[in-house]
Write a protein of this length. Structure first.
Length: 286
């Protein structure tokens, strides 16, 4: 019995439509799935309807990119049980998306200045929703500039890539209180990506808890066995919820399968029940 509480669809940078993602989750026997697209809620109505059709529980969610503390890598928060029409959250997303549009045009300009015949329109045609770097990567593959999405990121689009442009991000002290105010459950996603020691990670998590963090993603496709144990220990010491997910994106991350990550991921269904009990005790819907 397993769940997957970190997935993406064409509403952001995944390659499966929300309904197709939910159908796949039902076919492989997941008990529940959360759709957590980047900085958007646009795929949730379709996903929830598909959950009804395929008799699988769908938790409405999203993923936010936050400013990281100095010396850390990238920090993301997955929000679960996001309600319908959360005005303040949508306003925050609008600010992020405005910045992303500017960034996308700057990436196109950088690539064109380096002799690559790429257009914004060509990239946009690949996106069902928000345009992200995976869509640029797909276009670079199609143009024959690179042979794979991984090469596109390593040479051109990644943080050290030749056409990299920083992303506009929310600060934790703004984002987490918004999530708490709308009744969502904020989870620190893939803590390994912070690139911090276990001690520094725990210190950061304590700070985030003061802002409203409820849990930590213990089970994740890229976590080693040692990391899974270390993050689980942090959660237990601090009384945090444990969460987990594959970070499934579809064909742009072909090594990551829904539910099982790289093959060995298993997120126990009991974690979801503990989350629901946590929410019930706070008078929040599940």
């Amino acid at each position: 019995m397993s769940i997957d509480l970190h997935t993406h669809s064409t509403a952001s940078d995944g390659t499966l439509a929300p309904a197709a993602l939910i159908k796949l989750a039902a076919e492989i026997g997941l008990d529940a799935i959360a759709l957590t697209d980047h900085d958007t809620l646009s795929g949730l109505p379709e996903a929830l309807a598909a959950g009804e059709e395929h008799s699988i529980e769908v938790i409405p969610g999203c993923e936010l990119s936050l400013e990281s503390p100095e010396g850390a890598g990238w920090m993301h928060v997955v929000a679960l049980w996001v309600p319908e029409n959360p005005v303040e959250l949508q306003q925050a997303f609008d600010w992020v998306i405005e910045g992303r549009k500017t960034r996308n045009h700057e990436i196109v300009e950088k690539l064109r200045n380096m002799g690559i015949n790429i257009t914004y329109e060509g990239v946009a045609a690949r996106a069902g929703g928000t345009i992200g770097r995976p869509h640029f990567a797909q276009e670079l593959v199609s143009l024959g500039v690179v042979s794979s999405v991984n090469e596109a990121f390593s040479v051109w689009l990644g943080d050290d890539g030749r056409a990299y442009v920083p992303k506009r991000k929310l600060r934790p002290e703004k984002a987490l209180p918004i999530l708490k105010s709308i009744g969502a459950t904020p989870i620190l996603a893939h803590p390994f990506a912070l690139g911090l020691s276990n001690e520094a990670t725990e210190t950061l998590v304590r700070d985030l808890m003061e802002l409203g963090l409820d849990g930590i993603e213990v089970y994740y496709s890229e976590h080693s066995e040692a990391q899974t144990k270390a993050y689980g220990d942090i959660a237990e010491r601090l009384g945090l919820l444990k969460s987990g997910g594959s970070d499934f994106h579809g064909s742009v991350k072909p090594r990551i399968s829904l539910g099982t990550g790289k093959g060995g991921l298993h997120v126990p269904t009991e974690l979801l029940e503990k989350m629901k009990n946590f929410r019930r005790n706070k008078g929040l819907p599940v």
